[in-house]
Each structure stands twice: as structure tokens, then as C-alpha cells.
Design a protein around this ligand. Structure first.
Ligand SMILES: [Mg+2]
Length: 230
């Protein structure tokens, strides 16, 4: 059977929790790449790494051209790679994340990929720390270097999935899971089904107000996750 459903996962606060580490890595990256101390911390929930990096550079009076942003990306990746042994200790897979990915991986009609603001290398490390990378196709991803705008990442992930599985995926056969209102609005902009997971900074009612088709308290109820796919 060719897969007909495409499930796209956000990472931070949807599948894994690494609270505190993100800005710690940016602090180190900004110092390494530019010699500047991080004093301005932009909001990160649902934002792409390109948006966050550009905001940080601008807020510190630094150039925001592509080369400068890429310099910060490289330093950020290094900062994460220096902390690989810390990830499984400081972080955790959120309740039900492993089980949800495993249950969906067993379905022949489903392909799983990512829509995440993370850079692909960092996404691999964050998932790999908890064994979550084995259940997803990392080649099917919209990643945070691609755009300032999260909706562009949904398009990139769908395009990657279509390249890999030539049957294509109807817009309403794409299901996006995420914890932030940006995840929801990006999904809805593409006509995808938006599933809010209230394990981040936004409440269930905030995710509903952003336009989520369904909101789950968390991923702990695997049957409820499967039920969303019919
Ligand atoms: Mg998130």
C-alpha cells in the first residue's frame, strides 16, 4: 500500500522537553560566532531558527545578512554537539511521544516527518537522545534554516514527502502536531489538519483559538492519537 497520510511533528515541547537548554546554546553560539554577550532573548516558541537567529543578531546591533545568520547556525550546532551527553540527562521525551511514533510507524498508510524550527542537525540530536529518530523519516522535514516563516516549513515538508512518495498527499491528508499557536496557523495556512498538543507554553484554549482542529492535553493516550487518523 502506498502511504496516503502524512503526519508532521513539531519537536520542542511536542515530542521532547529540553527547557532551558535552547537559550543556553544561543548564549554560547553568539559568544563564539560574534564575541557578543547575549542580553536580549527573543521568544522562541513556534519560531524558526532563522527567525530567532536574525532577531538575536539584530537585537545586539549585529549584521543580519545570510552569512552572519549561517555563522550563528554553525556555532549553535557546535554548542549542541558539545552537550550531547547532557541531552538525555536534562531533557526527556514527553509522555506518550515514543508510543505515538511507534504506533503510527506500524501503519502502512502513514508516513511521519517533521515540521520544526530546529536546524536538521539539531533536530537529529534532540530526537536521537531519546530514540525518537528511528520512527520518523528525517528526509521528510521542514527545518528552521529554510525560512523566517514557519508556514514555509510545512510546504517544504510536504514537498519532501511528495518527492519520496510519488503518490502525493492531499492537503487534508496532512496532519500537523504542534504545541504553539504558530504551529497551528502554519498548518492551517496549508489546509492541513492542525492538532494542538498542550504540553508547551500555550493552553488548550489558546491552541483552539489559533485554529486547531483538535487539541490534546498531551500524547499520553496513544489510542486517542491513532483515532485522529481514523
Ligand atoms: Mg514546539
Amino acid at each position: 500500500m502506498s502511504p496516503t497520510r502524512l503526519v508532521l511533528w513539531d519537536i520542542d515541547l511536542t515530542l521532547v522537553e529540553l527547557r532551558g537548554l535552547g537559550m543556553h546554546w544561543y548564549r554560547r553560539a553568539l559568544a563564539t560566532a560574534t564575541g557578543t554577550e547575549l542580553v536580549h532573548e527573543p521568544p522562541t516558541a513556534g519560531r524558526t531558527e532563522r527567525w530567532i537567529s536574525t532577531e538575536i543578531l539584530a537585537a545586539h546591533g549585529l549584521p543580519t545578512d545570510d552569512a552572519s545568520v549561517r555563522g550563528l547556525f554553525a556555532a549553535l550546532t557546535e554548542a549542541v554537539e558539545a552537550d550531547l551527553d547532557v541531552l538525555p540527562v536534562r531533557g526527556r521525551a514527553l509522555p506518550g511521544a515514543v508510543e505515538a511514533l511507534e504506533a503510527l510507524a506500524l501503519r502502512a498508510d502513514v508516513v511521519q516527518g517533521l515540521v520544526t524550527g530546529n536546524l536538521v542537525e539539531i533536530a537529529k540530536h534532540k530526537l536521537g537522545a531519546f530514540g525518537l529518530d528511528r520512527r520518523l523519516d528525517l528526509a521528510i522535514g521542514g527545518y528552521g534554516d529554510a525560512s523566517l516563516v514557519r508556514a514555509d516549513l510545512v510546504a517544504a515538508a510536504v514537498e519532501a514527502a511528495t518527492t519520496r512518495h510519488t503518490n502525493g498527499f492531499a492537503a487534508d491528508a496532512v496532519i500537523v502536531f504542534g504545541d504553539s499557536p504558530h504551529d497551528i496557523t502554519a498548518a492551517r495556512q496549508h489546509g492541513a489538519v492542525a492538532v494542538g498538543v498542550a504540553t508547551g507554553h500555550s493552553s488548550a484554549s489558546e491552541l483552539s483559538a489559533a485554529g486547531a482542529d483538535v487539541v490534546l492535553t498531551d500524547l499520553a493516550d496513544t489510542a486517542a492519537v491513532l483515532e485522529l487518523l481514523g
